[in-house]
Ligand binder design. Structure first.
Ligand code: HEM
Length: 152
């Protein structure tokens, strides 16, 4: 029985059921989704298309976790992926800024639809105006380590 199988840590033992219970739920996962989706926009805008693709893939990875820990959202997350994320991936692949912007904004509207459907009409993702500062957003081949250091 999963309730009887114990995992040992330096701090004590816990059951597999306890381990399962503390896996991230939607609130935690959606924080990551919001951050990654916003970061994807800024990377594409900066011309770092590979980074944009990486961030968008991390949205997918977060969805994958959600489908396991909160299976009731599985169908919605799959539907959102094919209707909204796929066109963003395609625009990234084509490095087509206009198509990207359009698909990206549709994705934000799509998130409104699902937040409404799930009883969160007050959850409205908005694109952060400021890009994350910890990763270089220009084309990777133009990156220069010296130029990226802050002035002393
Ligand atoms: C790119 C698309 C999406 C973005 C950017 C997004 C973003 C967010 C953000 C920022 C939150 C608030 C998290 C917090 O700070 O506590 C949230 C909550 C939530 N989102 Fe999304 N979301 C997206 C798509 C979806 C989809 C497709 C579903 C469908 C199942 C969904 C279901 C939820 C639920 C249920 C919550 C409430 C979580 C809770 O507090 O338990 N979201 N979302």
């Amino acid at each position: 029985m999963s309730g009887e199988i114990k995992a040992k840590t330096p701090h004590g033992e816990m059951t597999v059921d306890q381990l399962a219970e503390i896996q991230p739920g939607m609130a935690t996962i959606m924080k990551e989704v919001g951050e990654r989706y916003g970061a994807c926009y800024h990377a594409a805008k900066g011309g770092n298309w590979k980074l944009a693709s990486y961030h968008l893939n991390m949205v997918r990875v977060a969805f994958k976790t959600a489908k396991v820990t909160r299976p009731k959202f599985l169908d919605d997350l799959n539907a959102f992926d094919s209707e909204y994320l796929l066109p963003v991936f395609k625009a990234i692949q084509a490095q087509d800024w206009k198509a990207f912007e359009e698909a990206f904004h549709k994705g934000m509207e799509g998130s409104d639809v699902y937040h409404d459907k799930r009883g969160y009409p007050y959850v409205r993702f908005v694109l952060p105006s400021k890009a994350p500062e910890n990763l270089y957003l220009g084309p990777p081949e133009k990156f220069k380590r010296e130029a990226a250091e802050p002035a002393a």
